[in-house]
Ligand binder design. Structure first.
Ligand SMILES: C[S@@+](CC[C@H](N)C(=O)[O-])C[C@H]1O[C@@H](n2cnc3c(N)ncnc32)[C@H](O)[C@@H]1O
Length: 235
């Protein structure tokens, strides 16, 4: 049964993370120690034989750099709206820069260049910058450019349906959203339902791991063999 998600018609500017590019990693270590990086890299061992990765909203590039280090053949295309974050990402991945391309774009309105075929998509602590409708549109746009069995690795905050979720996780997530609205003008203020729209776009949850009682979730999704073809795919 399709989920009723309103169209993503928002043409507002993307949030501006430029000012956070420098202090981002230190703010993260101060608040969550190494746990966010462990969440990002949870499924790296499953990506050692992939060839072509699309990394969306990777910020200062610690996931990209780790992927390039652990897989010596993979090529990464990284897309982010923030020029400062892309510079930090390029710096992080310097030893493997020959296998990296970067593109500055608002991912809500971005499509892969025709002819691309990815076997990995990575979105770490990024889908929570989008609404459910925007993720549904994104998944519909990029899924046709992935190979059957491709991996979608994801990590993000989550509010578990428990007392801990209600009294600790939910207020903490609300506080983070308020801080990011102040600092970056991020518009969404609630976690999206990424799982429902990924499933509807032809992805199946293959594995997951949580930390801090479910506040941090890492997931590995696999693309099912048959999904609709790319709209303007090469004939
Ligand atoms: C919260 S940070 C997460 C960074 C990193 N992925 C991590 O694991 O910490 C969100 C990143 O997504 C980028 N971003 C947010 N909304 C975007 C959009 N609509 N288009 C492109 N990039 C976006 C920001 O510039 C920033 O680098």
């Amino acid at each position: 049964m399709p989920i009723p998600v309103p169209p993503a018609a928002d043409r507002s500017p993307a949030p501006d993370f430029d000012a956070l590019a420098g202090p981002y990693r230190w703010l993260e270590y101060l608040s969550f120690g190494p746990l966010l990086q462990r969440s990002r890299t949870e499924f790296l061992p499953q990506l050692t034989s992939c060839q072509s990765a699309l990394v969306l909203g990777d910020g200062d590039g610690r996931f990209t750099a780790a992927l390039l280090r652990c897989n010596r053949v993979v090529r990464v295309h990284a897309v982010d709206a923030s020029p400062a974050m892309l510079r930090a990402l390029t710096q992080q991945a310097l030893p493997d820069q020959s296998r990296l391309s970067v593109e500055q774009a608002d991912i809500r309105h971005w499509s892969p260049h025709p002819g691309k075929n990815f076997d990995v998509i990575a979105t770490h602590f990024f889908l929570d910058c989008l609404t459910t409708a925007e993720i549904r549109d994104l998944a519909a746009r990029i899924s046709p450019w992935t190979s059957a069995g491709a991996a979608w690795v994801f990590s993000d905050f989550s509010v578990p349906p428990t007392i801990y979720g209600r009294i600790i996780a939910a207020p903490l997530v609300a506080l983070l959203y308020r801080a990011f609205r102040l600092l970056t003008h991020l518009r969404p203020q609630a976690l999206p339902d990424h799982a429902a729209v990924l499933r509807a776009a032809g992805w199946t949850l293959a594995n997951q791991h949580s930390r801090l009682g479910g506040l941090l979730v890492s997931q590995l999704w696999r693309r099912t063999p048959c999904i609709p073809a790319a709209p303007e795919s090469v004939s």
